[in-house]
Design a protein around this ligand. Sequence first.
Ligand code: KIV
Length: 274
Amino acid sequence: MPHAAPKVTVPELQRLKTATTKITALTAYDYPFARLVDESGIDVILVGDSLGTAVQGADTTLPVTLDEMVYHTRLVSRARPRALVVADMPFLTYQAGICAAITNAGRLLKEGGAEAVKLEGGVNVQRVIRAITNVDIPVMAHIGLTPQSVHRMGGFKVQGKKSGRRPGARERLLEDAQAVEDAGAFAIVLEGVPLDLAREVTQRASIPTIGIGAGPHCDGQILVLHDLLGLGGKFSPKFVKQYADLRGVITQAVRAYIEDVQGGAFPRDAHSFH
Ligand code: KIV
């Protein structure tokens, strides 16, 4: 009888980097999608604060609350995934003070069932990452295009470009990567950075890098599940690869249902009780 694949853990991700085996990661926000993603063999499920844009219909991730993240993390962890479950810390749940940051990260584990948290920032959140990891809550860092900084960046823009308007952007990104590793992060999400810079970060870092819009040289890759399935909004970023058209599948199914009900083809005897 084949052995069930073992649970993915934080040390296992480090082993995958050392073995140069690519780490696969996707978002999920509820039980049925967490089950499907997990059954397909993904390594990491991120309950991302992309919840705001992918599921809640917001323009940014800024309105997402900690209570909402706890709730959605609980739905995902009820699937008892083999994948490592990482929950995002929403905007202003880790920036306003170390004590609050630890307590808020703890809620995602205690109440949500997450196994690690993710938060955005580099040098500016080094103390926060150190404090959270010091109480044995594993932290995944997120640098580069950090969506919670949308207003500072003036939009969702690639960061660390040589030709960018802010000189020293590449150096700052390298400093951010070093800062989060030094603070004890177990992995780094690299979002929206040029591929050669992502390669340099990946080569320098001893912890795994997980890219999104960061090219092919990271230790792993993450996407928002709704983008991959064709359930995203009208605008699809360049870095998204769509693997299915669920929008088409769903609207076709719903139209067929409407037609059947209106035309009397459903329900029939076979769907009725006698
Ligand atoms: O919130 C999210 O889904 C994320 C990923 C896109 C990395 O942060």
